[in-house]
Each structure stands twice: as C-alpha cells, then as structure tokens.
Design a protein around this ligand. Structure first.
Ligand code: ZN
Length: 247
C-alpha cells in the first residue's frame, strides 16, 4: 500500500517536472496530432520544383524547400531530377533564347518544358503544380509569376542573387516565402490577393525585391487575410497555413 503510494507520488513528480520542462514540445505534438486528424482525408497536392538554368540553386535551398513537407500537409514537395534529363540542354537553350516582355508567356514556356519532363517521366495528375527556379532574366525585372491556371510557377533568382550576393541564406529565405505565397495562391481562395498595405503579412504586395527581405524571417497571416481564408475554406486549412508560415 505504502509502496503504491510512493510510486504514485514519484509518477506525479515526474509528470509535473515533464510538464514544466516539456510543456511547449508536448503542446506542439498535440497540436500537430490534432491538425493531422483534421487533415486525414486530405490528399496532398503534388508540387515539383525544377532548377532550370540555375547553377546557383544550391543543395541548401533544396533542403529548405523539402523541409516544408514536415511543416504542412497541403502540398507534397519534390525536387525534379532536372540535371539528368536527356532534353535538359535543348530545353534550357530554347528558354534562354526566349525574347518576351510578357511574364505570362515567360511562365507558359517554362510550364511547357516542365510538363514535357513530367510526361516523359510519366508523372501525371491534374493536381500537379510545377515550380521553376531560374537564373534567366525575368521580364520587366520581376521575380515571380504563374500561368493562368496557377499550376505553373516561375521564380527568378538572378536579381536576388545580385542583391544578396554574399548572403545565400537570405536568398533561400526569400525564395521560400515566394514559394509559400505562390502555392497558397494556387489554392484559388477567392478574394485572397496581395494587399497594398504593408503589414509584414505573407500577402503584402512587394513590388520591390528589396522590400521582401524585411518580412522573410518573421512573417504571418494578417487579420484581413485570415478572415478571407477562414470564410472561404474554413478553420483546418487556415490553421495549416498559419502553422506552415510560422515554421
Ligand atoms: Zn495579409
């Protein structure tokens, strides 16, 4: 009897100490478990990332992008084995010769090439999204655009690299934020658009690349954008997006 009481007291103390020191990790695990249950019927949208004509698309950047799979369940991100593809050189040559002022056309041409790769590798499905990261100059000095159906996205990193030449980790963080933003746009949430007011939100309209760096380390979904996601798609998706952006 006394022994039992002793065990209970010890167990109580252990739990109390664990509660004090592990409160945060436990809360996080419980929170992740809860979101997993809410998302259990959701099949992730496949995303393939292509480093096209992009010698500076580093392993570190690829690791940052692949890590996103552990932070959310909306998308399943994969890196295409672009370098070993037979038609890589001819495709890159054609893209580098492309002369256009149209961001949409630029994007469409990249999407054609990425789809050709997918078709050859028999990667199909109408929920497939392709993202090209490229060093080729983006029309109108811009840095990202998508196809009309939002299933093809291009991120230009040439100007980013020039701006942050000695800080590759900043380039990686900026690319990550662009990828997050463009992927969430691809969900077609009605009313969710970039806003003029700068709040440090993931959906701040950042015409200048130099403006993005201030919201890369810490960003969030502002009240206005939260409201739109909540109303149009409900709480589970909003929570998933917020946890993802918070990292
Ligand atoms: Zn916002």
């Amino acid at each position: 009897m006394l022994e039992d009481l002793g065990v209970e007291i010890i167990a109580g103390i252990v739990l109390f100490v664990a509660g004090v020191f592990l409160a945060k990790p436990i809360t996080r695990v419980v929170e992740q478990w809860r979101r997993t249950i809410q998302f259990r019927k959701h099949e992730p949208i496949r995303v393939r990332i292509f480093c096209i004509h992009s010698p500076f698309c580093s392993d570190q950047l690829k690791r940052v992008l692949l890590r996103q799979n552990q932070l959310q369940r909306i998308f399943e991100i994969d890196i295409a084995e672009w370098k070993s593809w037979n038609s890589r050189k001819s495709s890159e040559k054609a893209l580098s010769k492309l002369q256009t002022d149209s961001r949409l056309e630029f994007c469409n041409r990249f999407q054609e090439v990425m789809q050709k790769y997918n078709n050859e590798k028999q990667i199909t499905g109408n929920r497939l999204i392709n993202i090209a990261i490229t060093d080729l100059p983006f029309p109108k000095n811009y840095y990202t655009w998508n196809t009309r159906d939002k299933k093809g996205i291009v991120v230009g990193i040439q100007s980013l690299r020039h701006l942050f030449n000695d800080k590759p980790q900043i380039v990686n963080m900026i690319v990550l934020r662009i990828v997050q933003r463009m992927l969430i746009y691809s969900l077609n949430i009605n009313g969710l658009i970039a806003h003029e007011i700068t709040r440090g939100c993931l959906f701040d309209l950042t015409r200048q690349l130099t403006d993005i760096q201030y919201s890369t380390e810490k960003t969030y979904i502002c009240d206005e954008c939260r409201k739109i996601i909540l109303e149009k798609r409900g709480l589970p998706l909003l929570e998933e997006i917020e946890a993802w952006v918070a990292g």
